[in-house]
Design a protein around this ligand. Structure first.
Ligand SMILES: [Fe+2]
Length: 209
């Protein structure tokens, strides 16, 4: 079960008021990216993809948190009966479905950590899990950008781990999986990737002779 577009948009709006920050716009862009890619793939429900993107970080409605936003979102979505969204709230942070390969502070309690660990262990990712992992890595609050930019930004925020490159590679593989299905690059179908990727780039100066 998942909500319709209007209900999802309303939930994100409420959540964005409860905890203000760039995460709400990021969520909108993840939803749009997921919808565009799903439409092009043909075998995915683009409304579902949009709604999953909109609500993947909904756990942030409760305030600033690190790894806890996943389980908070899962619980909130389950209370609403939207189990297909709840699942994404947990899987989107794990390009490798291994609890020990997550970045950021573990601010979950022991019971929550055990739950997530077991949940991931028993899980086989479907196309929606993969799609949302990729889209989370190519949309920021300003639009769509290269995965590499998001990877560097995330690494600057959370630091380098022994499994950082593994996470990157797993995400690249998922990106390529969808590109094969679409027979084109993800960057060919998302608008303004070039502009958004280089939005913070310093001005080019001609080399000094
Ligand atoms: Fe996200």
């Amino acid at each position: 079960m998942f909500p319709n577009r209007e209900m999802a948009e309303k939930e994100l709006e409420i959540a964005g008021q409860l905890n203000k920050g760039p995460w709400a716009k990021h969520s909108m862009n993840v939803g749009l990216a997921a919808e565009i890619i799903a439409e092009k793939c043909g075998n995915l429900n683009s409304d579902k993809a949009y709604v999953l993107g909109l609500l993947h970080d909904i756990g942030r409605r409760y305030g600033v948190s690190a790894r806890r936003h996943g389980i908070d979102g899962y619980k909130f979505m389950m209370e609403k009966g939207w189990d297909e969204v709840a699942r994404i709230c947990l899987t989107h942070s794990f390009p490798d479905p291994n609890f020990d390969k997550e970045i950021g502070k573990n601010d979950m309690n022991e019971e929550q950590s055990e739950f997530v660990k077991k949940y991931l262990n028993e899980m086989t990712y479907d196309d929606y899990d993969k799609l949302l992992i990729v889209c989370d890595s190519l949309a920021d609050d300003k639009g769509f950008c290269m995965l590499e930019k998001r990877f560097v930004n995330t690494t600057r925020r959370y630091g380098i781990f022994t499994f950082t490159v593994e996470r990157w590679n797993a995400t690249f593989e998922m990106k390529e999986y969808f590109e094969q299905q679409m027979s084109c690059s993800i960057y060919d179908i998302l608008p303004n990737v070039k502009e958004t990727t280089f939005i913070d780039a310093p001005l080019w100066k001609p080399p000094v002779k």
